[in-house]
Design a protein around this ligand. Structure first.
Ligand SMILES: Cc1ncc(COP(=O)(O)O)c(C=O)c1O
Length: 405
């Protein structure tokens, strides 16, 4: 066997030795924007950059209003509180997501109720939601996983039928679209994250978008020490925190709208190359989108692996082989209900006395997490088409080997 065909794990030559584009990256526009804010504007309360950013982000995401926060997690907590979530209420969420989707529910003293995902879109399965609704359900909170919109029409209809709110966890979905409209404000509201890995990044940060002014006013209160917009500075009506975004991340983010659009084009093109080539490999399939989805953000590129096509080679072994070829692939999330944090002290959370998270089991979530998912991060889609073809070459090289064992 030639050294090119021999896998690196067997002593062969790697397909790629160059790194993929690093993330986050800085630009001249970001530097200018930061320096302008540094030298000419307020840094905190009353920040002009924050106001400009909120207005621009709302407009960009087809929403009437936006309020920024210091993280996606605090944005989730604030949105849940503004939707009226009280101690002991239930919030329906998927378990194939970052832990913050669930921890924000617990931080709001509510009970996460996990619903399984669809096996090809990897989004919360709308067919399973109604069975999970009880008289205590206050919010349905789907996640646009990997930036792939969940079925917003069906989930919104279910929420409306039961008179409960829908909040989108769009932490990964900057620029994603459902039926020609950007995600975020389809229900009561939606949140985004600007943490370092995100497609728009300020190191840390978050935002809530909504078309409902009363909802956004309530978010303002929880974000801002319980103040109300019409009240005095030292008038505090709710238990809120200081979850405000500083002017500097806002200035960084203000300089990213054009870059987001051009990056999205590059990711779309490279994802199309991968879909075309990898979709043809027996034993691999690419994450699917619903027909109403008009754009995905490709925060992650997720492949599903079927070991039966590869002589029962485990996904982990496959991932090790592809990584050794110079392509950084990962297994991704575990079902979040398995995390130690769900073993909660029932004295501290008395409304959870009758809830036992250790009995939760969701077959699709577990199969995807434990055996199938292979992730590439968004920055791997920001190279040239030649860089992207290296991903194809490496995966073909490894699949050719394992499908013949
Ligand atoms: C789906 C999801 N929800 C919530 C969050 C929380 O955002 P942050 O890390 O900004 O608190 C993240 C990101 O980290 C996420 O991916």
């Amino acid at each position: 066997m030639s050294n090119q065909k021999k896998l690196v794990i067997h002593g062969g030559t790697p397909v790629r030795t160059e790194p993929f584009p690093s993330w986050p990256r800085s630009t001249g526009e970001m530097r200018e924007s930061l320096v302008h804010t540094l030298e000419h504007e307020k840094w905190g309360v009353g920040s002009e950059a924050v106001k400009r950013f909120e207005d621009e982000f709302a407009k960009f995401h087809d929403a009437d209003f936006a309020i920024s926060t210091n993280s996606g997690t605090t944005a989730l907590w604030i949105a849940l509180k503004a939707a009226g979530v009280k101690a002991g209420d239930e919030v329906i969420i998927p378990a194939y997501t970052f832990v913050a989707t669930a921890s924000a529910v617990l931080m709001a003293n509510a009970i996460p109720v996990f619903v399984d995902i669809n096996d090809v879109t990897l989004n919360m399965n709308p067919d399973l939601i109604e069975d999970a609704i009880s008289e205590k359900t206050r919010v349905i909170m789907p996640v646009h996983i990997a930036g792939n919109p969940c079925h917003l029409t069906l989930i919104n209809e279910i929420a409306a039928r039961h008179d409960i709110a829908m909040i989108e966890d769009a932490a990964q979905a900057h620029g994603a679209e459902w039926d020609g409209r950007k995600v975020g404000a389809f229900g009561a509201g939606g949140i985004f994250s600007f943490q370092s890995t995100k497609n728009m990044s300020a190191g840390e940060g978050g935002i809530i978008v909504s078309d409902d002014e009363a909802f956004i006013d309530s978010c303002f209160s929880y974000q801002n020490a319980g103040r109300v917009r019409s009240g005095a500075w030292y008038e505090h009506r709710h238990i809120g925190g200081n979850f405000r975004l500083s002017a500097f991340p806002a200035a960084l983010l203000l300089a990213q709208f054009e870059m987001l659009e051009s990056d999205m084009k590059v990711r779309d093109q490279n994802a199309a190359i991968l879909n075309e080539a990898l979709g043809k490999i027996a034993g691999l399939s690419v994450q699917k989108r619903y027909s109403e989805t008009t754009r995905v953000s490709h925060h992650l590129y997720i492949l599903l692996y079927d070991k039966s096509a590869f002589g029962d080679t485990s996904r982990e072994e496959f991932i090790d082989a592809v990584s050794a070829e110079g392509i950084p692939v990962h297994t991704g999330y575990k079902p979040i209900y398995r995390e130690k944090l769900f073993d909660l002290d029932k004295e501290e959370f008395p409304w959870l006395k009758k809830t036992d998270f250790s009995t939760v089991t969701l077959p699709v979530t577990e199969s995807v997490s434990d055996e199938q998912a292979i992730w590439l991060k968004q920055s791997c889609l920001l190279g040239s088409s030649e860089d992207t073809l290296d991903i194809v070459r490496a995966i073909e090289k490894v699949t050719n080997y394992f499908s013949s064992v």
